[in-house]
Design a protein around this ligand. Structure first.
Ligand code: ACO
Length: 428
């Protein structure tokens, strides 16, 4: 017999079906609860709510596990490359050699953007935050690529997906170049995805630029780590926007807007700012005291996670990558790294953090690494958006292709005024 959960409200009981996934907690399917009992469930922040069924990414936050399509993140980051991860997320399986070279070819052939888009950039202020430029330009892709906007056509869906994955590095590099007043650099199709991105960011027309393969590999690994993370805030935003049948490019722009917040993708920027504010190792105890003081509202940025109540598996790989990059660039003494390592050591042995299961998250070391690679702080979240685009696209496609998908329409607990009559303005 299939398992049910019984909900008792007053003298009435309601049997709700339960469903189990491949792994992770079972769910109580309460879709019919309102119809039967005239009550809603209340769960702000989705603390206990699965908002959809998905086959893409699995996280066990207590055990510190992250898998894409069943494959552990550690194995993908060690042995694979970012485009292979993209293929895996989009198609569900690792590609064969022939599928991989075909996919790489197709992505590479979509890297250029419509020429009119370059002029679109010049409407922005030069000092605009590159994330503001990303939200605007990715949303504007809806205007430039209307021929891949019919979401009911699988071919157009795939073209829109390829365009997003392929063009996002070009747009991100353009946002960077625009902010520093340098000419845009066209994609170079003989380079791999990540080397091409570095080339578009750092090359200038007046001299040759050779991409450092160790830095390219490190950034490629950072992209793999950030490619998907199941139903986080920005992905849920993309799904909610897409659930109304909205234009795919506009949905991804909505995800970028959500990612920008400091509690989400903006955390690496905030973590680096925090390390700079602390400045030196001797100032750490005073800072940790402030974090523990409830009246102070200071948080240890790059620490804690809604889902991981254990070491974020991405943080371990990120820490290793950080050391590799600093070594390759000959940066022997980075005071920020010293502060980060000591802060991590103290936090992992302090009762306040142990009790609350606060561990470093992926953003703790990514800021130091990206800064060493030459990216300004304002670009950090943009790089996250470049990597996460494939996850957003895969989740959006999965939702559109699921025949049971409905428009996302949460309900509420209304606590506003009860009915009252309108009073003319002169009588208020
Ligand atoms: N520093 C200090 N205390 C913290 C921190 C932190 N970074 N994070 C949580 N806490 C404390 C809270 O004060 C609270 O303590 P209390 O029970 O005494 O009130 C307890 O831990 C639980 O915190 P919540 O805010 O309820 O946890 P939630 O799951 O809602 O928050 C979040 C998760 C937003 C990530 C939080 O840990 C945070 O703000 N971290 C810093 C920002 C950050 O690094 N974000 C990146 C997330 S990863 C990503 O987006 C890729």
């Amino acid at each position: 017999m299939s398992k049910t959960a019984t909900i008792t409200i007053g003298n009435n009981t309601y049997d709700m079906p339960m469903r189990g996934g491949t792994e992770g907690p079972e769910v109580v399917d309460i879709a019919k609860l309102y119809g039967q009992a005239n009550v809603f469930t209340y769960d702000p922040g989705f603390m206990s709510t699965a908002s959809c069924e998905s086959k893409i990414t699995y996280i066990d936050g207590d055990a510190g596990i992250l898998r894409y399509r069943g494959y552990p993140i550690e194995q993908l980051a060690e042995h694979g490359d970012f485009l292979e991860t993209c293929y895996l997320l989009l198609y569900g399986e690792l590609p064969t050699a022939a599928q991989k070279s075909d996919f790489d070819y197709r992505v590479t052939r979509h890297t250029m953007v419509h020429e009119q888009m370059s002029r679109f950039f010049s409407g922005f202020r030069r000092d605009a935050h590159p994330m503001a430029v990303m939200v605007g330009t990715v949303g504007a892709m809806a205007a430039f690529y209307p021929d891949s906007a019919d979401i009911t056509d699988p071919h157009q869906r795939m073209i829109a997906s390829m365009r997003l994955v392929a063009k996002i590095p070009t747009i991100a590099a353009m946002a960077y170049k625009y902010s520093i007043g340098q000419p845009f650099v066209f994609p170079k199709n003989d380079l791999d995805y990540t080397s091409n991105f570095l080339h578009m960011c750092y090359a200038v027309p007046c001299e040759d630029y050779k991409v450092n393969p160790i830095i390219a590999r490190a950034l490629d690994r950072i992209f793999i780590l950030h490619a998907d993370h199941e139903q986080n805030a920005s992905t849920s935003t993309v799904r909610l926007a897409g659930s109304s049948g909205a234009n795919p490019f506009a949905c991804i722009a909505a995800g970028i807007a959500c990612l920008w917040g400091p509690a989400h993708g903006g955390a690496n920027e905030a973590a680096l700012a925090m390390l700079a504010e602390i400045g030196t190792v001797d100032k750490i105890p005073e800072f940790v005291q402030r974090v523990k003081d409830k009246k102070d509202h200071t948080r240890l940025m790059g620490f804690g996670h809604r889902v991981y109540k254990n070491y974020d598996p991405r943080a371990k790989i990120m820490q290793k990558t950080c050391h590799e990059v600093l070594r390759e660039l000959g940066i022997k003494d980075d005071p920020l790294l010293d502060v980060a390592m000591e802060l991590e050591r103290i936090a992992l042995s302090d009762e306040y953090f142990i009790e609350r299961k606060l561990y470093p998250n992926v953003d703790f070391y990514s800021g130091i690494t990206l800064k060493a690679m030459g990216f300004p702080v304002s670009m950090f979240t943009v790089l996250f958006a470049v990597a996460r685009t494939v996850g957003w696209v895969a989740q959006w496609k999965e939702m559109i292709e699921d025949p049971s998908s409905k428009i996302g329409r949460p309900r509420q607990l209304y606590t506003g005024a009860a009915k009252r009559d309108y009073t003319p303005i002169g009588k208020r």
